[in-house]
Design a protein around this ligand. Structure first.
Ligand SMILES: C[S@@+](CC[C@H](N)C(=O)[O-])C[C@H]1O[C@@H](n2cnc3c(N)ncnc32)[C@H](O)[C@@H]1O
Length: 391
């Protein structure tokens, strides 16, 4: 492909990604993979160049652009060499008309800016993310694993974590295949630590998804006790099973919940759990470094639905906690309504519960919990809090 044809390919892909974001369709990565499956003539350098154009354009525009062409013209406004590739040659985009508008550049959609927690450094939300891994203590000690990753650096105060350069292909490394490490952002590792799970406990990971935090909890429990991974989406829980096998975490029970009837499926756990983790569905504002397209999917109405769902999940989670036990509420969101305000509303609804100051040497105290941000902590952005049931 010529450099100009790559720009046209990026425009075509961005058109599909914009429509998919608007209509709740597949994610950009899926659309890019499909696009190249149907275009075998594109070599690996073409694919990489087109993908870079697409993601540069997505990162640059907080608001969903009018079209792929507007997104790429916006990018070309910052890059004269890219603008020159709009040359009208075969398979190339037509030249940019004088005054033809490009998508505006910004990090955060305008409607969302006032809703982000005040300490958040908004411009750093779109930075480049490293690849963090967690050493799986069920299989190895950090000192054994660190020499296997000579490019890795330590993560301050997080002894099980190693930080690798952006884009490191960890899943091709023998240590990953043998279950010695899991890919897991440092922020997620701090949340698992805040659960204070210990061997012999009963722990419920209520929004387990594919089990990233479940596996960290399994390691903290040294494989002993009762660990239940629950979710409402079968395909996500199904992805946990091979991961748990690889990690040697074979004591995990999975529990598929019926959306809107979760309490029924959880009745046998009432008052049993030492710890319940609610890693709630959220706006994902803390993960834009890895998933910048999420900004094009979030709307005020969707945020409203997420806030209501988070409160509903907290309400059916609370009765599972034994007296004196812990409910850890976490989101990869930096919106106060999903974090600080959600905790305050929970405390107002649930008499006797208290918020415990979280004892982690990272982040900033915020509204009864802890706020992690890419700029301050070098991790994805998270809010998490420990809620304690009266004894
Ligand atoms: C932030 S993700 C969880 C990520 C996961 N804990 C991890 O560390 O990889 C939120 C999860 O909540 C699940 N979920 C949404 N509504 C739920 C509900 N009512 N009950 C339980 N899980 C729910 C979603 O399917 C999704 O997997």
């Amino acid at each position: 492909m010529t450099p100009s044809a790559r720009v046209q390919a990026a425009i075509d892909l961005l058109d599909a990604i914009i429509a998919s974001a608007r209509d709740g369709g597949p994610a950009a990565d899926t659309l890019i993979a499909r696009y190249f499956k149907e275009r075998r003539y594109a070599g690996s350098r073409d694919r990489r160049a087109v993908r870079d154009h697409v993601y540069d354009a997505i990162r640059r525009a907080a608001e969903r652009p009018e079209s792929g062409r507007a997104a790429m013209i916006g990018l070309a406004q910052d890059q004269p060499a890219l603008a020159a590739l709009f040359d009208g040659s075969p398979h190339a985009p037509l030249p940019i008309e004088p005054g033809e508008p490009g998508a505006p550049a910004s990090a955060v959609p305008a409607w969302l800016q006032p809703l982000l927690a005040a300490p958040v450094e908004q411009d750093a939300l779109l930075g480049r993310a490293p690849v963090d891994v967690r050493v799986n203590r069920l299989k190895a000690a950090p000192a054994q694993v660190a020499p296997l990753f000579p490019d890795a650096i330590a993560v301050p105060r997080l002894p099980d974590a190693l930080r690798l350069p952006e884009g490191s292909p960890v899943e091709q490394h023998p240590a990953w295949k043998d279950g010695l490490v899991e890919v897991q952002d440092a922020g997620s590792q701090w949340i698992a630590a805040a659960c204070e799970a210990r061997p012999g406990m009963t722990v419920v990971d209520l929004c387990a998804g594919a089990g990233g935090k479940t596996l960290a909890l399994a390691a903290a429990m040294a494989g002993q006790g009762r660990l239940i991974a629950a979710d409402t989406i079968r395909s996500r829980l199904a992805r946990l099973e091979p991961r748990a096998q690889r990690a040697g975490a074979t004591f995990i029970d999975t529990l598929l919940l019926d959306q809107a009837h979760e309490a029924r499926g959880l009745a046998h756990l009432q008052g049993q759990a030492d710890v319940v983790l609610v890693d709630a569905p959220c706006s994902g504002t803390g993960t834009w470094r890895r998933n910048p397209e999420a900004r094009w999917r979030l709307t005020p109405a969707r945020l409203e639905r997420l806030v209501a769902e988070q409160a509903r999940i907290l309400d059916f989670a609370a009765p599972l906690v034994r007296p004196g036990g812990l409910l850890v509420y976490a989101t990869c969101a930096l919106v106060d309504r999903e974090g600080r305000d959600q905790v305050a509303a929970f405390l107002a609804r649930h008499e006797g519960w208290i918020v415990e100051p979280v004892d982690v040497p990272v982040g900033r105290a915020h509204g009864g919990g802890v706020l992690l941000t890419p700029e301050h902590d070098g991790s994805d952005g998270f809010f998490f809090a420990q809620l304690c049931r009266p004894a």
